[in-house]
Design a protein around this ligand. Structure first.
Ligand SMILES: Cc1cc2nc3c(=O)[nH]c(=O)nc-3n(C[C@H](O)[C@H](O)[C@H](O)COP(=O)(O)O)c2cc1C
Length: 250
């Protein structure tokens, strides 16, 4: 039985008497659900055949739940469902955030690729902890991931680099990511230089370009619910590697 499933009422995912289902005679079920504002329309998914809005399904494995949500985002034809905010911090703990694209997620962690000499690359080498925040607005869903970050193996980075388009491969060589750039022309000259250098052959992965894997110590799922009484479920990984869960106030 999933955590929290034992004492559900017929409408709510919470192990408590809290129930968001409308009273008999109330307006159409889910009319106030935040998803409606984002044009999702139609009947909201319900628990156990009830007419109440659904919260987060309780699962033993947060990765399985992440993939369920990610699959939903892909089905909705959301542009760049893999886009995620990555937060890092320097050695003094000063934070910075930017978007990256997620290139893999499994029990070992969440992977993205970048220039190792970029600001994020340098910060992760100084202070190897990171946070990710996904938000799929039309689903009313947010996922937050936190944990230590480590560089992927050279083989993994080579394999991924080989799947990139040629222009992106040349771009990786040409960009001194995060360093000051005098003119756009200076960048274009570097692109031309590397295009010439690699000719018709496949550009190898630059030694300054690789990926990072964030091994989650916590993963929090957030589902928009009516009246801002959002559903939050945080998984924390213990020293034994086992996941425990707790609900959080919205
Ligand atoms: C949707 C989106 C996806 C991006 N994906 C990546 C990525 O996967 N890797 C990357 O290095 N930069 C990516 N960028 C650019 C970064 O946001 C950022 O500008 C760049 O990496 C430099 O960041 P830094 O100076 O903090 O290192 C992306 C930007 C956007 C808007």
């Amino acid at each position: 039985m999933p955590p929290g499933a034992d004492r559900r009422c017929g409408h709510s995912p919470w192990p408590s008497p809290v129930c968001y289902a409308p009273a008999a005679g109330a307006r159409e079920a889910g009319a106030n659900h935040p998803n409606r504002r984002h044009g999702r329309g139609g009947a909201l998914p319900c628990l156990e055949g009830s007419d109440g809005p659904m919260g987060i399904p309780r699962r033993g494995d947060p990765l399985a739940l992440f993939h369920e949500w990610y699959a939903e985002a892909q089905q909705l034809d959301i542009e760049e469902p893999t886009a995620v905010t990555l937060a890092t911090a320097d050695a003094r703990g000063r934070p910075s955030a930017r978007m990256v694209l997620l290139k893999g997620a499994d029990e070992n962690g969440f992977v993205f690729y970048t220039n190792l000499a970029s600001r994020k690359g340098r910060e992760l080498q100084e202070n190897p902890y990171a946070a990710l925040c996904f938000y799929w607005m039309s689903l009313g869903k947010q996922v937050r991931v936190e944990g230590p970050a480590a560089q992927v193996t050279d083989e993994e980075a080579d394999d991924y680099f080989a799947t990139r388009g040629r222009q992106s491969q040349i771009g990786a060589w040409a960009s001194k990511q995060s360093q000051p750039l005098d003119t756009r022309f200076a960048l274009e000259k570097r692109v031309a230089k590397y295009a010439l250098k690699f000719g018709a052959g496949a550009p190898p992965r630059p030694p300054f370009w690789s990926g990072f894997r964030i091994r989650p110590e916590s993963i929090e799922f957030w589902q928009a619910m009516p009246f801002r009484l959002h559903d939050r479920l945080r998984y924390a990984r213990g020293a034994d590697g086992e996941w425990t869960t707790e609900n959080l106030f919205p």
